[in-house]
Ligand binder design. Sequence first.
Ligand SMILES: NC(=O)c1ccc[n+]([C@@H]2O[C@H](COP(=O)([O-])OP(=O)(O)OC[C@H]3O[C@@H](n4cnc5c(N)ncnc54)[C@H](OP(=O)(O)O)[C@@H]3O)[C@@H](O)[C@H]2O)c1
Length: 249
Amino acid sequence: MADELPLAGHTALITGGAKRLGRVVTEALAGAGADVCIHYGRSADDAAELAGRVRGWGRRAWAVQCDLADSEEVARLLPRAMEEAGDIDILINNASIFPESTLMDFTENDLRENINVNALAPLLLGRAFAGRGQAGHIINFLDTRIVSYDKAHAAYHLSKRMLFTLTRMMALEFAPAIRVNAIAPGLILPPEGKTEAYLEQYAHTNPMQTYGNPKDIAGTVLFLLTTGFITGQTIYVDGGRHMKGATYG
Ligand SMILES: NC(=O)c1ccc[n+]([C@@H]2O[C@H](COP(=O)([O-])OP(=O)(O)OC[C@H]3O[C@@H](n4cnc5c(N)ncnc54)[C@H](OP(=O)(O)O)[C@@H]3O)[C@@H](O)[C@H]2O)c1
């Protein structure tokens, strides 16, 4: 019975929800009873296919497009999604870009783009979400690299550090109505275009000597959503990588 599922009666917006980790999270939320607004940037076909499949499970599902690099579009995203879905009480800021850059060579535009997608969009969505005046939960996606220094993705690193700080700021500002937590994945999926060999190559860098599964991330999302007394927390799902503190790149 849908009513017995832990997230029955809830509706989630998942940014970048059509592919990769976002897709697995979307499936887990719907499997736990939530209705889902699947945000996508370019992956219209994947989003439509996933929405159709989720509807087949008896959930409501929508696909909503928005370029998260464009703050004017971002300002319209939550209102547009709520026109379709009604109130949305779970916001998953999963979408991200991961371009290579070094401290010496990134341009102002590189930095702006990383910050716009990886930190400003979650902030603008978070503010709009808090502006509903209703209870809810936000989960931001970070990266285990934030505790060390990822020299080969310097602009990305800065943007994820910003989102880490924003997670704590929003948790304080939006309490008690809204809980705000973060998940910092480690080695889970290879970057787009790379194969499983990439995961094998770096598995030894984790204390657990292996790499994770997207289901570890989805399980952490469900844990945070269903455990009411946690806010401002970052959970590292990384085989212990955050404790090593070495430099990447
Ligand atoms: N994969 C890992 O092992 C790993 C490790 C550490 C941290 N993380 C974090 O976990 C999250 C998910 O990781 P992932 O590897 O699944 O992410 P990803 O594939 O790199 O990106 C997820 C989605 O973000 C969307 N996106 C990017 N730029 C956008 C824009 N300007 N406008 C709209 N959408 C945009 C894309 O949606 P469309 O395809 O629809 O355009 C993309 O599919 C990210 O925040 C990432 O930093 C992942």
